[in-house]
Design a protein around this ligand. Structure first.
Ligand code: IMP
Ligand code: MG
Length: 181
């Protein structure tokens, strides 16, 4: 597995340490909230969400949203669509969207706008990884874990053809091994 990576960007230890800091940010940001809901985007946010909430002490609900992804890593076919909607109503609640990575910004811009139409009290976005150079739409996250270069990465939620989300580290994937997955 590791031989299919050009380099490891973040080890399990580094990721876990950063997740603890991000949980403290959540605790501080929402210390006065009495109705927080964390919304993860499936499937990439699963490892991050699971690690994060271990250290979130603010009482909260958890929900997930599945959004269709565009094929082949390009953005040509436009707007992502909702494949599985939230189970919860977010009206009047503090919503924190939790995502693995923001690249072009298209997915989160649209999801944030959609959730906004449901009249939450507030909406913020927390992403583990921010690939700022990849942005094609104007979108800023409220908090990120690591600022990463514009390279293809995998592990800790990020996939290669749907695989390798389980890896406990994050690395730059060597695309010459794409056909292995
Ligand atoms: P965007 O910000 O709308 O471009 O979409 C971000 C989504 O693209 C993420 O949720 C990932 O599923 C995917 N993505 C972006 N960059 C990478 C990468 O380097 N490796 C794997 N998936 C990625
Ligand atoms: Mg994703």
């Amino acid at each position: 597995m590791k031989e299919h990576f050009k380099r490891i960007l973040y080890t399990q230890e580094q990721i876990e340490a950063r997740c603890k800091e991000l949980a403290q940010w959540v605790n501080e940001t929402y210390k006065d909230s009495d109705d927080l809901i964390l919304i993860g985007l499936l499937k990439g946010s699963v490892p991050f969400m699971a690690q994060l909430i271990k250290d979130v002490t603010v009482v909260h609900d958890l929900d997930f949203l599945t959004v269709s992804s565009y094929e082949g890593g390009t953005t040509s076919n436009g707007a992502p669509k909702i494949v599985m909607d939230l189970a919860n109503d977010v009206t009047g609640r503090d919503v924190l969207i939790v995502e693995d990575i923001v690249d072009t910004g298209r997915t989160l811009k649209i999801i944030k706008e959609l959730i906004h139409t449901r009249n939450p009290k507030s909406i913020k976005v927390l992403t583990l990884l921010d690939k700022k150079e990849g942005r094609v739409v104007d979108f800023k996250v409220d908090k990120f874990g690591f600022d990463i270069p514009n390279v293809f990465i995998a592990g800790f939620g990020l996939d290669v053809n749907g695989k390798l989300r389980n890896l406990p580290y994050i690395g730059e994937f060597d695309t010459k091994y794409l056909d292995k997955y």
